[in-house]
Design a protein around this ligand. Structure first.
Ligand code: ADP
Ligand code: MG
Length: 482
């Protein structure tokens, strides 16, 4: 029997190969294994649900042609999908599989049956589905900034594990246990630098590898544009050809359900194909709100590690390295003074140095202690904070004399309900969060509540001058905070 199924499948492959591009054939048909032939039903094993969906969506026509030619018009094809262990908590795979052929053709009912740790989907008489155009992409632009490399990345206790994992991944992308590699930590602590260094390292030692760095917001924009212009397939194809995908600041995917779904598929496919995925986030993945559980569970497959605020020794090393790189004439005790006083993050530390350099060259003076002190005060103490929901809540609550707990509570009593609307308005206007995430932060409210609140506040501000100046007061308070 098993010989027969191999022969039949091999003949099918011959037909398929003659009908589609070589690259598509290699990607989508070589990994398939024939499993059995029972009467006129051929069972093939595909590596994942995504694979199955892709075949169904794009190659159903050619598959039907091959099966009909080999097994006659009564010939049937059955998929056996290797069940993805990360999917444990999902509803049963057999139920979640969309069967376009059944839905549109309506010829046979879809049946499913478990086979060991796989689920077989019986599919049949597929309907017409246009051939996909898999556009062969030559070397893709990696988007990497060459300035970020391992040589100028200072290691310390704050980032030693992240650096070690990064270097291991750079040597053997896709084949270490660190797949995906997730680096998290606060702003300005070197996440982007580290992940770009990995990408640059791979590009220089393995130039044939397709490395792609993409900030999450760019990924989101590309996806949204692809949806608008009906090019989701091209969008996906583009990402499926990379060997190393670096996606920066994944917290921006929060609340973007459709984009997450697309990323989930890309992630699965790349991971399955042994490609390396590297991500950064501004908080530990478990704290990401508005992120699908199945996506978060994928992150656990690899290594998640953080970068912390550098300790004094590391900060001093960073200052010395930067000063050397910029050719700055700066004495040891001033470098120590700076390293001691700028203890927020590396970006600010560098900001202080660059600013000092500018001042010294403008005034033609040597960098001294007073100049350093003034600069640190300018940059570190008076810097505009990036607004987040918690911050806005705090400012509004304090200004209006209620508590953050009030804002998150269920109460609809006045004045809390009105203050909550004001806080929602500010969150929507001044933070990067989606209305879904904002609603969730305000005690698990719906996104429509946020939209409604924003509109109500805008309406009232137009009519009521006293209310308008209250809003101005809150705005001023937020600036004062920073
Ligand atoms: P993040 O992505 O975590 O917000 P970045 O990678 O953008 O931070 O780092 C901010 C700046 O600080 C960059 O110019 C980066 O080169 C520098 N930097 C951060 N960490 C280090 C480090 N360990 N060694 C040298 N430079 C660093
Ligand atoms: Mg960054």
């Amino acid at each position: 029997m098993s010989k027969d199924c191999k022969t039949v499948w091999n003949n099918c492959l011959g037909i398929i190969r003659a009908n589609i591009g070589e690259q598509s054939f290699k990607t989508w048909f070589q990994p398939i294994k024939p499993m059995r032939l029972h009467q006129n039903t051929l069972t093939i094993q595909v590596p994942s649900q995504f694979f199955y969906e892709w075949l169904e969506e794009h190659y159903v026509h050619v598959l039907k042609k091959a099966i009909t030619q080999e097994l006659g018009v009564e010939g049937r094809l059955e998929y056996s999908i290797v069940v993805d262990k990360g999917n444990d908590k999902q509803k049963p795979l057999s139920l979640s599989l969309p069967n376009t052929a059944t839905l549109r053709g309506g010829l046979h009912k879809q049946q499913t049956q478990p086979v060991g740790n796989t689920v077989a989907v019986i599919d049949q008489k597929p309907m017409y589905n246009p051939e996909p155009k898999v556009i062969p992409h030559p070397q893709i632009r990696s988007n990497l900034n060459r300035q970020y490399n391992f040589d100028n990345l200072i290691e310390g206790e704050c980032n030693s594990l992240a650096c070690a994992a990064g270097q291991a991944v750079a040597k053997n992308p896709g084949t270490t246990a660190f797949n995906p590699l997730v680096i998290h930590g606060g702003v300005g602590l070197g996440k982007t630098h580290l992940v770009q260094a990995i990408g640059n390292d791979i590009k220089s030692s393995m130039p044939h590898k397709q490395v792609l760095y993409v900030p999450s917001d760019q990924f989101i924009t590309q996806f949204v544009d692809a949806v608008k212009t009906n090019q989701v397939q091209q969008f996906t194809n583009y990402y499926l050809q990379v060997d190393v995908l670096i996606i920066d600041d994944i917290q921006f995917l929060a609340g973007k359900d459709k984009t997450q779904e697309s990323f989930f598929h890309i992630f699965n496919h790349l991971h399955q194909a042994g490609k390396q995925i590297i991500m950064t986030s501004d908080c530990p993945p478990k704290d990401l709100k508005g992120m699908e559980e199945r996506l978060l569970s994928r992150f656990k497959w690899g290594l998640t590690t953080d970068v912390k605020v550098p300790d004094y020794e590391t900060r001093l090393k960073i200052v010395e390295a930067k000063a050397k790189q910029e050719g700055m004439n700066i004495s040891k005790n001033i470098m120590e003074f700076i390293a001691k006083n700028v203890d927020t993050n590396t970006r600010e530390l560098q900001g202080v140095l660059v600013s000092l350099l500018a001042k010294a060259s403008l005034t033609r003076k040597e960098i001294d202690l007073q100049m350093s002190k003034d600069t640190i005060e300018d940059i570190v103490k008076h810097q505009q904070l990036e607004l987040n929901v918690e911050y806005v809540m705090k400012a509004v609550a304090e200004y209006m004399g209620v508590t953050i707990e009030d804002l998150k509570s269920k109460t609809r009593k006045q004045p809390v309900a009105s203050v909550r609307q004001i806080a929602m308005f500010f969150c929507q206007r001044y933070t990067q969060e989606s209305v879904k995430v904002i609603g969730a932060t305000f005690g698990g409210r719906d996104h429509s509540t946020v939209t409604h609140a924003t509109k109500a506040v805008e309406r009232k501000a137009k009519k009521d001058d006293a209310f308008k100046s209250q809003l101005e007061g809150i705005k001023a308070k937020m600036k004062l905070f920073s």
